[in-house]
Write a protein that binds this ligand. Structure first.
Ligand SMILES: *Cc1c(COP(=O)(O)O)cnc(C)c1O
Length: 219
């Protein structure tokens, strides 16, 4: 069940750090999403395209929908018309597809590059060692309908808070590195999306300015 007091507390912690809160609504019922909306939340994050579009059609039109989970290239077309931010870009092929669909819709789509920093093996996220090569290819493409707004990363799933902190520190270092090397200071490369229910306070301390919180909102 949605907890308005938890929402308020998390929102206040974000405000203190000038960070934005993405309310992660995956697996939650429409009633829960409506309660969240009634509390003032307008940024909703989902990790599956199908679930996102089903919910979107049934809820208020002023919600900003963020896709936070892995995105298959063949699903970009379903969200291109309205998606506010895609957090999970981790391949050149996906970027090219987003460019194509954004253009079709006469839009510029905002995206984050997902970097893999956690200890767990994962197919998703650009590995740190591959980042510069990724950027080298990226800057050679026509991405006039894609706006690269920053980085997203997830910390390891562990009780070891120092491990989590070290990974978030690394996220911030990589963010600064990419910003200074590939984006001008006037660019929109400004978002560092890191922190979830279990670690968002550590993420805020380490420089996150966008947290993605789900379970903690729902008691
Ligand atoms: C589910 C999810 C979250 C939120 O996780 P909680 O632990 O429920 O806060 C954040 N980011 C991504 C990418 C997710 O899939």
């Amino acid at each position: 069940m949605f907890s308005p007091s938890k929402y308020k507390e998390i929102q206040e912690n974000c405000l203190k750090c000038s960070a934005e809160l993405v309310a992660v609504t995956k697996t939650r019922s429409l009633d829960e999403l409506q309660d969240l909306y009634a509390s003032g939340a307008r940024i909703f994050g989902e990790n599956r395209v199908q679930e996102l579009i089903e919910k979107k059609d049934l809820l208020a039109q002023d919600i900003q929908w963020h896709l936070i989970g892995h995105l298959q290239t063949n699903k970009v077309k379903y969200i291109a018309e309205f998606i506010h931010l895609i957090h999970s870009v981790d391949s050149i092929r996906l970027l090219e597809e987003i460019q194509k669909e954004a253009k079709k819709n006469s839009r510029i789509i905002d995206v984050l590059l997902q970097v893999h920093l956690a200890q767990e093996e994962s197919k998703f996220g650009i590995k740190e060692k591959d980042l510069d090569e990724f950027m080298r290819v990226l800057v050679s493409l026509d991405l006039s309908n894609v706006n690269i707004k920053g980085l997203m990363t997830m910390a390891s799933f562990t009780e070891d808070k120092e491990q989590v902190r070290a990974e978030f520190k690394k996220g911030k270092v990589l963010f600064n590195h990419l910003k200074s090397k590939y984006f001008s200071s006037k660019s929109d490369f400004k978002i560092l999306s890191m922190g979830m229910s279990g670690d968002y306070l550590i993420a805020l301390e380490e420089g996150s300015n966008m947290v993605r919180v789900g379970s903690l909102l729902f008691g």
